[in-house]
Design a protein around this ligand. Structure first.
Ligand SMILES: C[S@@+](CC[C@H](N)C(=O)[O-])C[C@H]1O[C@@H](n2cnc3c(N)ncnc32)[C@H](O)[C@@H]1O
Length: 229
């Protein structure tokens, strides 16, 4: 079967920028990304008994934040081999498994996890409803899915400033440091597209989740959505 174009493009991008990903992430967000991940994990109310699947785990920063908050059993999944292998180097402690997989087709049995997390990954999925149905299948009853994702701020002033940074300055710095034009043009484009078209609360509800809650952080730059099976 032919692979969807978006899957091929996203894998190509992350495989090629993986070596610069962590640095650029923290640099371009001035380190605020650490706070966003921490806050999203706190809102998810996990415990040491939680069994977590961190999807689109990339180089592992969300999983590492969960581990630092006390979660013991953590699995990681991502479609980019290069991102995963950097995660492997950062986290030899992992009590679980890391695997190359797509969120749209998970190699796990039903009711396997108490929590699923995705940070800055859903926007890149090639089929969000299919992925959320998979989340529903592999989560145990009352299990929670947490999504942390960029949005465009609603306040006009903040939005204008943000658009200038996101559309002009960030792609320039990203291009110079990562030597990859495609990746840092794709980033603002994908956030714009996602913000216009995707209502995560509705998709979660349509895919069988309940108690869907959303939280806005840092002037609406990012959103945390938590849904329960
Ligand atoms: C922006 S990075 C986020 C990495 C990490 N979660 C973080 O917080 O830094 C997005 C990741 O999503 C992965 N990804 C994109 N589409 C995916 C899919 N359909 N299934 C699994 N992983 C995917 C990419 O390979 C990439 O590593």
């Amino acid at each position: 079967m032919e692979e969807p174009n978006k899957k091929v493009q996203v894998r190509r991008i992350f495989d090629s920028i993986s070596h610069r990903y962590d640095f650029l992430n923290h640099f371009l967000s001035a380190g605020v990304d650490f706070y966003w991940r921490k806050k999203a994990i706190k809102l998810s109310k996990m415990s040491p008994d939680s069994v977590l699947l961190d999807l689109a785990c990339g180089t592992g920063d969300f999983a590492i934040t969960a581990k630092n908050s006390g979660v013991q059993k953590i699995f990681g999944g991502d479609l980019s081999y290069n991102m995963l292998s950097l995660f492997g180097k950062k986290a030899d402690w992992i009590n679980g498994r890391m695997l190359e997989t797509v969120a749209e087709h998970l190699p796990f049995q039903k009711d396997s996890f108490t929590n699923i997390t995705v940070a800055f990954g859903v926007r890149n999925f090639y089929d969000i409803p299919t992925a959320f149905k998979e989340f529903n299948r592999v989560l145990a009853n009352k299990g929670k899915a947490t999504v942390l994702e960029f949005r465009l701020p609603e306040n006009k002033l903040v939005r204008n400033f943000y658009m200038l940074y996101f559309n002009k300055i960030l792609p320039l710095i990203g291009r110079i440091i990562s030597s990859n034009q495609e990746a840092y043009t794709y980033l603002p484009e994908s956030v714009g597209e996602f913000d216009k078209k995707v209502d995560l609360v509705k998709i979660f509800s349509d895919c069988g989740f309940a108690n869907v809650k959303k939280y806005s952080l840092t002037f609406g730059l990012v959103q945390v959505v938590i849904a329960e099976k």
